[in-house]
Write a protein that binds this ligand. Structure first.
Ligand code: THG
Length: 265
């Protein structure tokens, strides 16, 4: 499974401070620690603050220390555009987070994705909000796939995020999410992703719930997750699950994690 490191997000108070202070060393340290811990992408989010200018700065300082691909996390087309313009190297490696079927976002962000032929996360969300049922979310997935097919977009670069809602809100939210994952896999040749941590909103000891939820998501075939790679227990789950699910032939990654002292019982 692909790991999208979530730490460089302005919703985390300490990180917001680093960004506002233009603390290059602190940001680069957080970027590198996530890469060493196994992040395949680094999610960058500057929504709290001067979003467009901060995105430009963040992309630049992160790319000074690592070549790991960037995931541009914003609802603002301006911020995504600035991020794409700032990224050096192969811009088709960028993962745009995100588009949805909300009219304004589709119109403003999709052209950027098509221009650079980058990967993209699409949320199953439209102008009426997040649908309540799995069937409706599959319908929205179908609509996204149809639009992107019409534009000759390479669907293997599309990641559908069926959107996790808190288990504390409805006891059926997790199983409904698993149903979305397996149906999307069965019906479309696209990838799936999620932010995981919404599942544990308003629940004590959130990391326990996040970790166990992740294991189920992986069993249902989830391709990527936005998570904290500095959390050794969740990384232990990722590596172990990949080994058990046959995504790590000969256990090369598992043994590497073992030797690197990453695995935590
Ligand atoms: N889907 C998509 N994008 C997303 C989300 C999603 N982007 C934002 C969010 N959800 C995922 N990113 C974060 C970033 C930080 C935290 C949660 C989600 C967070 N971090 C704390 C920290 O690092 O201090 C706590 C971490 C922990 O205790 O494990 O809260 O759903 N497409």
């Amino acid at each position: 499974m692909l790991i999208i490191g979530e730490k460089l997000n302005s919703s985390i108070p300490s990180v917001r401070q680093f960004i506002n202070d233009k603390d290059t060393a602190a940001v680069q340290d957080l970027a590198l620690r996530q890469v060493v811990a196994g992040a395949d992408y680094l999610d960058l989010n500057t929504a709290q603050g001067d979003e467009v200018r901060n995105m430009e700065w963040l992309v630049r300082v992160v790319q000074e220390v690592t070549d790991v691909p960037i995931c541009l996390d914003s609802t603002s087309a301006e911020a995504i555009k600035k991020g794409l313009e700032t990224v050096k190297g192969d811009k088709s490696k960028v993962l745009v987070n995100s588009i949805s079927l909300e009219n304004n976002r589709l119109e403003a962000v999709l052209p950027l994705v098509l221009e650079y032929q980058c990967s993209v996360i699409a949320l199953t969300l439209n102008d009426s909000g997040i649908p309540k049922t799995a069937a409706e979310r599959i319908k929205l997935t179908e609509q996204i796939v149809e639009i992107l097919t019409q534009k000759h977009y390479d669907l293997t670069k599309l990641y559908i995020d069926p959107l996790v809602l808190p288990q504390a809100v409805s006891h059926l939210n997790a199983t409904m999410f698993f149903q979305c994952l397996s149906e999307i896999k069965r019906l479309f040749d696209v990838k799936t992703v999620s932010g995981l941590s919404n599942i544990s909103f308003n629940t004590p000891n959130r990391r326990i719930i996040n970790r166990h939820f992740l294991t189920f998501c992986m069993a249902y075939g989830m391709d990527a997750a936005i998570l904290d790679p500095l959390d050794r227990k969740i990384m232990t789950s990722v590596v172990t699950n990949d080994f058990i699910l046959g995504n790590d032939r000969f256990g090369k990654k598992y043994l590497k994690a073992y030797r690197g002292g990453v695995l935590e019982d």
